[in-house]
Design a protein around this ligand. Structure first.
Ligand code: F6R
Length: 219
């Protein structure tokens, strides 16, 4: 059953998710995590940096990465370095990004999977129409996602059109999932994903089938 926790502001939401990460790391220092990029987790990453946690034994798998010939500074690796990895004591050998299609090892059975949700209900870059059985693979981004992502580029023409993304299967194999949504523009899609009909047209709706999943929201 899906649960959505509401927060009065973004700071409270970020700090709630940071508490979950902190507890996970303290209980099991060699925990494995799936991590998102995007604007939503920035507050969480700031909070995690402030807490100076011990990440020395932890392992992370990022959800996705652009694959076009892009400026390295626009890569998700760069985003993660600047927002988190450069500021914590994680071992760089334990930081992973998807590289190979159909990699059945990548990001399976992690302890804690953190997600954002796209305006069209995508998770990672599993766009509407992605199979619930999908594996890690190369995908074309939808026009809507390219438009959403263009806020981080000078021109829309510079936004990559393809990415490699973790599929639904590895995401669903996580022991625990927390999905974050921030802003009124995410309210309707989050509501549909969590309480509407299960549909591959709304990829995040598959999360209703996970037995240890919660969503957190603030507007
Ligand atoms: C990024 C990712 C995407 C984002 C989603 C929401 O690694 O997996 O699915 O979580 O596009 O992005 P923001 O947080 O920028 O609204």
């Amino acid at each position: 059953m899906s649960e959505v926790k509401l927060f009065i502001n973004y700071e409270k939401l970020s700090s709630y998710v940071a508490n979950i990460v902190e507890k996970q790391l303290k209980e099991k220092p060699n925990s494995t995590f799936i991590l998102p990029t995007g604007t939503t987790p920035i507050g969480l990453y700031k909070e995690l940096v402030k807490r100076k946690l011990d990440w020395s034994e932890a392992t992370t798998y990022n959800l996705d990465e652009y694959i076009d010939n892009i400026d390295p500074e626009q890569s998700y690796l760069h985003f993660m370095m600047v927002n988190l990895f450069e500021h914590i004591n994680i071992n760089s050998d334990n930081v992973h990004f998807p590289k190979k299609e159909h990699d059945t090892e990548y990001g399976f059975n992690v302890d804690l999977c953190l997600l954002g949700i796209g305006g069209n209900g995508h998770i990672a870059f599993n766009e509407p129409g992605s199979s619930f059985e999908s594996e890690t693979r190369i995908v074309d981004l939808t026009e809507e996602t390219i438009k959403d992502n263009s806020r981080l580029f000078d021109n829309i023409e510079d936004v990559p059109t393809q990415a490699i993304t973790m599929g639904m299967k590895p995401i669903m194999s996580s022991k625990r999932i927390v999905m974050m949504a921030n802003g009124k523009h995410k309210q309707r899609i989050l509501d549909k994903a969590m309480f509407g009909r299960l549909s591959e047209e709304l990829p995040a709706s598959i999360l209703q089938l996970h037995d240890n999943m919660e969503a957190v929201y603030c507007d």
